[in-house]
Every structure is written in C-alpha cells, then in structure tokens.
Design a protein around this ligand. Structure first.
Ligand SMILES: Nc1ncnc2c1ncn2[C@@H]1O[C@H](COP(=O)(O)OP(=O)(O)OP(=O)(O)O)[C@@H](O)[C@H]1O
Ligand SMILES: [Mg+2]
Length: 332
C-alpha cells in the first residue's frame, strides 16, 4: 500500500477547507500566471465593449493544485456572470447534459472540471451547444427515433484538465482560448505563502517562508498545506511566531527535505544510484527494484524529479543526474 504523501498536489480531505479559505477572489489576489491574466482580461474587456454576454470558450490545463479551478471562478466573477460547476465524470448520459445546459441562464459560465473524463457521447453532444447554442436530442429508439432540437442559452464553457492529451481534438479545437497553467516561480510561491499566512493570521519569519517555499514543489496547494502543518507544529511548541527552526523541525518531522522530496522520491533515486550504478534503467526494472508500480513511478514520482533535473529520461532508460547524487549525499 502506498504511504500517505504530503507533497502530493492532488486534493486531500484536509485541503478542502483550506482551499476554500485561501482561494483568491480576483485577478489582483491571484499571484503569478501573468500571461493568462492579461490575455483573459483583454478577452473580457473586448466582449464587454461589444456588449456581448459571453466570451469565447476557454480551456485551462496544467498540473493539480496550480490554480485552474480558482482561475475559472475568477473569470466568471470578472465577467459578472453566474457560474455552474460540474465534474466531467458526473456527466454520464445525454439527459444529464441536456438538463445542465437548458438550466443555464443567458451569459452564465459552465465550468466542467476534469473535462477529459466526460462521457464520449455527451462530448459529441456538446459541440453544437458550444458552436450554435443548440442541442440535438434523440428521442425514442429504433425506427421511431427522432431528433429534437433544443435551444440553449448563450453560455461560456470553461474546461479544466490535468491531462490535455486525453482530450479529443474536435473538443479541443472548439475552445477559443487554451491556456497552460504553469508551475510557479519561487518568489511567487513565497508571495502565496505570505498571503495565506496573513489570511490565516499566522505570524511567520521571512526565512521560514523561504524554506517552506523551497519544499513546496512550486505548487500553491502543497505550499498552503505545508504552511498549515508548520504552523500547527510551531503552535504545539508554544511559539507565537513561526521561525525557520520551527519550519525546519516540522518539515523534517514530516520527512520532507528541502527539495520537497519524501522518502518515496528518494527511494527511486537511491535505487537508480545503488542498484543500477546511476542508470540507465528501464521502467520495468526500476519498478521491480524499487517495489513501486510502474504507473506510480510515471504519474507520481517522475514528473517532479525530471522537472528539477534529478532524473533524465533517455531512450535507454532513466538516468540519475549529478545534481541528484549531490542532493542524496547532503541528506544522508
Ligand atoms: N495563483 C494563485 N495565487 C494564490 N493562491 C493560489 C493560486 N493558485 C492556486 N492557489 C491556491 O491553491 C489552491 C488550489 O488551487 P485550485 O483548486 O484552483 O487548483 P486546481 O488547478 O484546480 O487543482 P486540481 O487539478 O487538483 O483541481 C487554491 O485554493 C488556492 O488557495
Ligand atoms: Mg480544480
């Protein structure tokens, strides 16, 4: 069984309240992603000037916890529109989609989260709704079947996905704007941690903010979660202000090193170094040697290790880099 990972960007139960409390409400509170903010502001302003109720359909893609849902709510707010939120996997039948679309009000935003997991039949049904604001429903079956055309209020579809490649190209091409939500820079994550501290009424030293930021995998959700854990730790110690020492102790108690790696990540690196003399090692062999499932290596461990330049993927397999070897030495 997999150990609980505190640095995983996917939502956990404990994040739900935190996510809500800390979610920025406007572009001015939303830190970073300057290109997206600017582009969308222009799109909204232009639509307002033309007195159009809607903007073109928008797709956000990027890793978990980077702020796609947050952005979607902000876009609706900046447009002055209502928002209807629905999870892709919950749209299972044609009737589900018809009910959602026909219940929208003119100018609303329909936000479909995890849009790549929407049922394929519904996906095809949504094309005419996106293009011409109409739905073709098939009523009855066999020789008695007939189609009925339903009008749908003008709406803006905002889709969010962590897996752009899983989206069919006809659907992708129907979005007027596709935006990649990027990982944050270190100074942006520091700013996010400071903002969250002030919202949560946490007094924290600057060097503690920096340390949490460096462990956060450049991900706001992970940063907020770590901030909360560090604050709890510091409170139990009876400290009123979170110091770097508190942060250091809390993070080492949580087994997170200053690159944001946990024991599972380090095990992959150590396996590569010790059992494969640094590699290259094929996925299958690495999986057996580290007793981790192939999918877990690909989805959970590898993306960040590749991103920070600790693992290189070569045609012959995975190779550990000098940078990673140095890091392993420092934490031994
Ligand atoms: N740019 C930002 N500025 C400040 N806080 C942010 C920013 N982006 C995200 N956050 C914080 O991170 C939390 C997670 O963001 P959000 O839920 O929007 O991520 P997501 O991309 O939708 O993730 P998932 O793919 O798991 O649904 C938010 O509640 C918010 O507190
Ligand atoms: Mg989301």
């Amino acid at each position: 069984m997999q150990k609980e990972r505190r640095v995983s960007p996917q939502t956990k139960k404990e994040d739900e309240v935190l996510d809500l409390a800390l979610r920025p409400q406007s572009f001015s509170q939303y830190i970073g992603q300057e290109k997206i903010k600017k582009n969308i502001s222009i799109i909204i302003e232009a639509a307002k000037k033309r007195k159009e109720a809607c903007i073109e359909h928008i797709l956000f893609y990027g890793g978990s916890g980077l702020g796609k849902t947050t952005l979607s709510y902000i876009v609706a707010k900046e447009m002055g529109s209502g928002i209807r939120v629905i999870a892709g996997p919950s749209i299972k039948k044609a009737g589900d989609l018809a009910a959602i679309l026909t219940n929208l009000r003119e100018g609303d935003v329909l936000f479909i989260d995890e849009i790549h997991r929407m049922n394929r039949v519904c996906e095809e049904m949504i094309y005419p709704a996106m293009e011409e604001f109409k739905l073709n429903l098939i009523i009855g079956n066999g020789p008695m079947a007939r189609t009925m055309e339903l009008k749908v209020p003008r709406f803006t579809l905002i889709g969010a996905t962590t897996r752009l490649a899983f989206l069919s190209s006809p659907l992708r091409s129907r979005f007027g704007g596709t935006f990649r939500v990027e990982n944050y820079k270190k100074n942006e994550i520091e700013e996010i941690i400071k903002r969250s501290s002030s919202l949560l009424d946490i007094k924290i030293k600057n060097d503690a903010v920096k340390l949490i930021a460096s462990c956060s995998r450049f991900n706001p959700r992970v940063a907020n979660r770590l901030l909360k854990r560090v604050r709890d730790f510091s409170e139990v110690e009876g400290n009123k202000t979170v110091s770097r020492k508190d942060a250091q102790e809390a993070l080492s108690f949580l087994d997170i090193d200053e690159m944001g790696l946990e024991s599972g990540d380090r095990k992959i690196l150590q396996t590569l170094e010790e059992k494969f003399s640094g590699g290259p090692a094929g996925l299958h062999s690495l999986s057996i040697a580290s007793s981790e499932e192939k999918e877990t290596i690909i989805d959970i461990y590898e993306p960040y290790l590749v991103q920070i330049g600790f693992i290189k993927r070569t045609p012959r397999g995975r190779v550990i880099t000098e940078k990673a070897k140095k890091h392993l030495k420092t934490i031994k």
